[in-house]
Design a protein around this ligand. Structure first.
Ligand code: SF4
Length: 252
């Protein structure tokens, strides 16, 4: 697994951004996250070692633009080169997540076709309002793969109008950090039910820090949030549910 942050900084645009980890981490270092700039790693995918091999070896998944949003307007002048580097490294798998999916259609490279097969572009929706706004754009753009990320999940969401064979997976998770908003297990289970009914894969990624199950509150420490979600054993694949780990947890 590799990470490529070609530019750094972003602007908050919706409720899901309120406790953005980029802002949180930058504030610890006195850095202004709203100042968007290219990083020293902007050309990392095409950089080579002294022996001529690429620094990122073939076959890696590259988590892209995790300290910004790939579709941010500030990055419009830099994005064509980023697309070109992705095109050149078709031996890698690039994955990025956006809250600005409405901009994508106008920003695609000319040879995009039905979507680069080695690029996964995930769309975040944190509540019903953002789902109803963003998902029609997401479904309208040609993509090789579509993943809806409901994280931080801030309320119940009815995704059923958007779930079809065009969606490969839904990922749900709560919010982390000191001021994390609550995540209710009932919301997570309801998303899972919708996915099962539509035959779409589902993954419960993390509980978040303030988790409610059956009316009871759990303050879940950061290192346990992913593990507790895994132990719920509710991930679903249309080809068969993932096996339950069966360790003791707040899911009994
Ligand atoms: S879009 Fe993402 S990176 Fe940008 S402010 Fe919102 S949460 Fe942070």
């Amino acid at each position: 697994m590799a990470q490529w942050n070609p530019w750094h900084g972003c602007h908050k645009i919706s409720e899901g951004c309120r406790h953005c980890y980029v802002y949180r981490i930058d504030s610890r270092h006195g850095r202004d996250s709203s100042q968007v700039s290219l990083t020293r790693d902007y050309d990392l995918p095409v950089r080579r070692r002294r022996d001529g091999r690429y620094k990122i070896p073939s076959g890696e998944t590259v988590y892209t633009c995790f300290s910004s949003d790939f579709l941010l307007s500030d990055a419009d002048p830099w994005r064509p080169e980023a697309w070109a580097m992705m095109r050149r490294r078709s031996d890698l798998h690039f994955l990025f997540i956006t809250k600005r999916i409405e901009r994508l259609a106008a920003l695609l490279p000319p040879d995009w076709g039905e979507g680069y097969s080695h690029v996964t572009l995930c769309c975040t929706v944190e509540n019903q309002e953002r789902a109803d706004y963003r998902l029609p754009f997401y479904l309208a753009v040609p993509l090789a793969r579509r993943i809806i990320v409901c994280e931080p999940l801030l309320g119940p969401i009815d995704l059923s109008p958007y779930l079809s064979s065009a969606i490969d997976e839904v990922i749900a998770g709560g919010e982390s950090g000191p001021d994390a908003r609550p995540c209710h297990y009932e919301w997570v289970l309801d998303l899972r039910r919708q996915c099962v009914e539509a035959g779409v894969a589902f993954s419960f990624k993390q509980t978040g820090a303030n988790f409610y199950k059956a009316g009871r509150h759990y303050a879940v420490p950061r290192p346990l949030q992913h593990a507790q979600a895994r132990r719920a054993g509710i991930d679903f694949s249309p080809r068969g549910a993932a096996p339950m780990p069966g360790q003791p947890s707040l899911f009994g």
